[in-house]
Every structure is written in structure tokens, then in C-alpha cells.
Design a protein around this ligand. Structure first.
Ligand code: XMP
Length: 329
């Protein structure tokens, strides 16, 4: 039987062996459980030779930057630099509608930002950082690049996860992926041993490409991102108030690039449609759609249409994975 304490010790040993005594490491924190646990683990292994960066790519959720920076600085005491790359990311994504293209662009932009961060850091510490920490999990590895003999060919990438398949070949940094053999529940267990606050570990997964895979089509179109942030926040807060957050693997809203006719007050409207998605799952590989009570759905739907300008219709996603994926893009 393998214990998580042993996994932690083994990982720390490996990291200390791979990273030389004068090597520096950078880590991009997404605010998700995976990158946070990965960073905390590496910090445990090499201390302040770890340099974290949090990128505001314009694809974050409601107040996410403030919330996440507070957690890193106040609760985890991880030194983090916040980089504002909103214009850069959204500029590159303008007009792009193909989901795979969107993911590739985001992956590439992230690497550019890390490279710039590394260059700046080099000036401060007098040495090039040699490694990049990524919170890649086992399911990401098998979905992006299935192991030989699994019956799936390598060219059959299901989705180019930005933290696996989307990395450019000419990247100068070597990767450290301490969670590569773990499933989500194991990462949470590891986080607990590393004293990451419990409330944080229970946070639903959030994809690297952020809201870009939840605004279908061009993410820069109109105020799609802002509408999505408001709708998503109402949905998540309602789930928390109802005491359902911990029974759900992942819940979020999706912005659909269509308009439908509605009537609000005595006005005919031609406004946006949003979808609500909530699933239960063990590891994200398969998932079942979550069956809310009618009263809950009714309340949420009313609240969204009453308080988010530009939305006049709410639909619920009632598909499991397979045949759907959890995200819509
Ligand atoms: P799908 O949509 O493939 O998602 O059923 C399975 C799980 O993975 C998350 N996901 C990602 N995580 N980078 C990530 O770090 C990505 O590019 C990415 N795409 C999907 C998704 O939120 C779900 O938990």
C-alpha cells in the first residue's frame, strides 16, 4: 500500500536531485488546486529558489485575481509576481473561433509570458531559471498523449491541454511535473499534508485556458467575458448557499454566441443565452450531469435574468461525459 506521505518525500527527493543547488525554478500559478499544490511541494523542496508568477490573462473568473493573490500571500506565504497580460492574450484571441486554435494560442502566450518573466528574473538573481513547474495530472497525460498499448494513437489527441500538448518545441525551460502520476483526489490529499487550506483544496477544477473555453467562439466579442463572469458567480454562490458545492465535481456557466427573443418588463428583447453545467465525477475522465432540484434551478435562472444585463435565457446542460466533455470547447 502506498502512502501519500511517502509520495511527498519521494517527490521532494527527486526534485532536489534534478534541480542543482544553484538552479532556480519558476512556476505559473493559475489559482487552481493543481498548480498551487505543485508549487507548495516544490517550495518545500527548494525554498526561495522557486519563483511563482500569476498571469492575469483576461480569462479569469469574477474577482479571481484578488482572491487568488490573497491566498498565495496571506495563507501560503508563497512569493508571487502578478503579471498583467490581459491585452496580450485578448489581442491574440481576437476573431479566433476554432477551439483548438484558441487553446494553442493561449498555450503559446503563456510560454511567452513565462519566458519574459524568466528573463526579468535573470537580471535580478544573476542566473537563468532552468525549470518550469507544471501541475499536470495523470488524466491530462493520458488524454493528451496516451501511453503505448492503451489502444489510442498519439496522433489522436482528444484535446490539446495547454499544459501538455500545446507547449512549443523551442521552449527553453525544462519541465518539472510533480503531480504527473496522481489523480485529483490524490492531489487534494497531498495538499492537505502540505497544509494548503482545506477550503481551497475543495475548489472545483478550472481549466488552464480559463473562460476562453467557456465563451464559445470569439471570446473578445461584445462583453461576453463580463456577462459570463457575472452569471458564473451567481451560479456558484447559489450552489454554495444551497450546501451543494462539495457534492459537485465541477459547476460553471457557458456563454453561447447566439441571441434569442425574450420579453422583459413590457419590452421585447433579443439577448444572450447562457448554459449552466454541473457534473459529478471521480477523476474528470468520465462524468455524470448533476440533477438539481427544480426550485434551485428556478431561483438561479430568475436571479441570472434579473441581475445580468443582456441575458434573457438560461438553459441547463444535461449531458454526461461521454458523449460530451465536461468543458464545451
Ligand atoms: P474535459 O472538458 O476534457 O475536461 O472533459 C476534463 C477536466 O479537465 C479540465 N480541463 C483542463 N485543465 N487545461 C487544464 O489544466 C486544459 O486545457 C483543460 N481542458 C479541460 C476540465 O475543466 C475538467 O476538469
Amino acid at each position: 500500500e502506498w502512502k501519500m506521505e511517502d509520495v511527498l518525500e519521494e517527490e521532494i527527493k527527486v526534485i532536489r536531485k534534478v534541480v542543482a543547488d544553484d538552479d532556480h525554478v519558476i512556476c505559473a500559478l493559475s489559482g487552481g488546486v493543481d498548480s498551487t499544490v505543485a508549487a507548495t511541494l516544490v517550495h518545500r523542496a527548494i525554498g526561495d529558489r522557486l519563483h511563482c508568477v500569476f498571469v492575469d490573462n483576461g480569462l479569469l473568473r469574477f474577482k479571481e485575481q484578488e482572491r487568488v493573490m490573497q491566498l498565495f500571500e496571506k495563507d501560503l506565504h508563497l512569493p508571487v509576481t502578478c503579471v498583467d497580460a490581459v491585452e496580450k492574450f485578448l489581442g491574440e484571441l481576437k476573431g479566433v473561433v476554432d477551439p483548438e486554435k484558441k487553446r494553442k494560442i493561449i498555450g503559446k502566450e503563456f510560454i511567452t509570458v513565462f519566458d519574459e518573466f524568466a528573463t526579468k528574473l535573470e537580471k535580478e538573481i544573476g542566473k537563468k531559471p532552468a525549470f518550469l513547474v507544471q501541475g499536470t495530472l495523470y488524466p491530462d497525460v493520458i488524454e493528451s498523449c496516451p501511453p503505448p498499448g492503451s489502444g489510442r494513437s498519439h496522433s489522436h489527441t482528444i484535446k490539446s491541454h495547454h499544459n501538455v500538448g500545446g507547449l512549443p518545441k523551442d521552449m527553453k525551460l525544462k519541465l518539472i511535473e510533480p503531480l504527473k502520476l496522481l489523480f485529483k483526489d490524490e492531489v487534494r490529499e497531498l495538499g492537505k499534508i502540505l497544509n494548503v487550506p482545506e477550503g481551497f483544496l475543495k475548489r472545483h477544477p478550472f481549466p488552464g485556458p480559463g473562460l476562453a473555453v467557456r465563451v464559445l467562439g470569439d471570446v473578445t466579442e461584445g462583453n461576453a467575458l463580463e456577462i459570463l463572469r457575472q452569471v458564473d458567480e451567481i451560479f456558484i454562490e447559489s450552489i454554495k448557499e444551497a450546501g451543494l458545492y462539495d457534492s459537485i465535481w465541477q459547476a460553471f456557466a457557458v456563454f453561447l454566441p447566439i441571441r434569442s427573443v425574450g420579453v422583459q418588463g413590457d419590452q421585447r428583447t433579443h439577448s444572450h443565452v447562457v448554459a449552466l453545467r454541473a457534473v459529478t465525477s471521480q477523476d474528470g475522465m468520465t462524468a455524470d450531469w448533476y440533477n438539481f432540484e427544480h426550485k434551485f434551478l428556478d431561483d438561479v435562472s430568475r436571479k441570472i435574468c434579473n441581475s445580468v444585463r443582456g441575458v434573457n435565457r438560461v438553459v441547463q446542460d444535461i449531458t454526461s461525459k461521454p458523449p460530451s466533455t465536461i468543458e464545451w470547447e
